[in-house]
Ligand binder design. Structure first.
Ligand SMILES: [Zn+2]
Length: 270
């Protein structure tokens, strides 16, 4: 009898340990600017800092941490086994300072007559980024949009344009010749296309599900339409220097809804 009790005790310990560790798994670092892929038991309810997020049929969910995030992340998971609170510390990053000179002054400090245009551009981008679909493409491995390139700008850098401090850079800049074909980084649906936005020029946004979107800017040509499904690796247009650009390059962005994330964190997710 004694022996049986021991086994029961150990089994209970083991089961509770399993529940604890199986409750959620994460891919990605809890670091400022990071994309995080979560997995939990299907049919769980998940909130991130009180924001209810979608959970896929297989239990996947996605979120991200802003560039300057300081407070811990609170993840709440509820399912038939109970409710669990997970608190994660967010590690700080040090960002570069990037000086760019020789930009046309009207592109650094836009003239009042283009304020309306910029407002419209931002509204269109904001609306596309707010889309919340049940696609779960975000859970798969993203690819770089170009084969050959030189990285000329990174996420988070503080920008000083023509000597004036401006908002940080939230993308990765890839330098390559004008006209280079640009590929979709992941399967998705095109949610916005604009040929000529004031700052970003030829701009296209792809939805990968659960609020995760990618955006390409300064495009020369865009050969996809809103509502069109794209496959990873599909040519969606060509690299250009439209909008505020000092030369031909592709600037890519990654978002979790309005939260601007470092695209490298989804490209190098492990
Ligand atoms: Zn850029």
């Amino acid at each position: 009898m004694r022996f049986n009790f021991k086994i029961i005790f150990i089994s209970i310990l083991f089961i509770s340990y399993q529940l604890k560790t199986d409750c959620a798994e994460f891919k990605g670092k809890f670091l400022q600017g990071s994309f995080i892929l979560g997995k939990t038991i299907p049919n769980s309810k998940v909130t991130i800092d009180d924001k209810l997020v979608r959970v896929s049929k297989e239990g996947f969910f996605a979120f991200g941490l802003s560039r300057d995030r300081k407070n811990n992340v609170i993840i709440k998971i509820s399912n038939k086994t109970g409710t669990k609170l997970i608190e994660k510390k967010v590690l700080k990053r040090k960002y570069k300072v990037q000086r760019i000179d020789g930009l046309p002054s009207k592109k650094v400090t836009p003239p009042p007559e283009v304020y309306e245009r910029i407002k419209k551009d931002n509204k269109l981008i904001g609306e596309a980024r707010a889309i919340n679909t049940s696609y779960d493409y975000f859970k798969d491995k993203f690819i770089y949009p170009l084969d050959k390139y030189i990285v000329t700008g990174v996420y988070g850098s503080q920008r000083i344009l023509n000597g004036k401090p401006r908002s940080p850079h939230y993308g990765i800049d890839f330098h390559a010749p004008e006209g280079t074909p640009v590929k979709a980084m992941m399967n998705g649906e095109v949610t916005m296309v604009h040929k000529d936005m004031y700052f970003t020029g030829g701009t296209v946004i792809f939805d990968h599900g659960h609020g995760i979107s990618t955006l390409f800017m300064h495009m020369k040509d865009i050969n996809v339409k809103v509502g069109q499904k794209v496959k990873q690796g599909q040519i969606v247009g060509t690299l250009g220097q439209s909008g505020r650009a000092t030369g031909p390059h592709l600037d890519i962005r990654l978002n979790w809804f309005e939260v601007k994330l470092d695209p490298v964190t989804i490209l190098n997710l492990n």
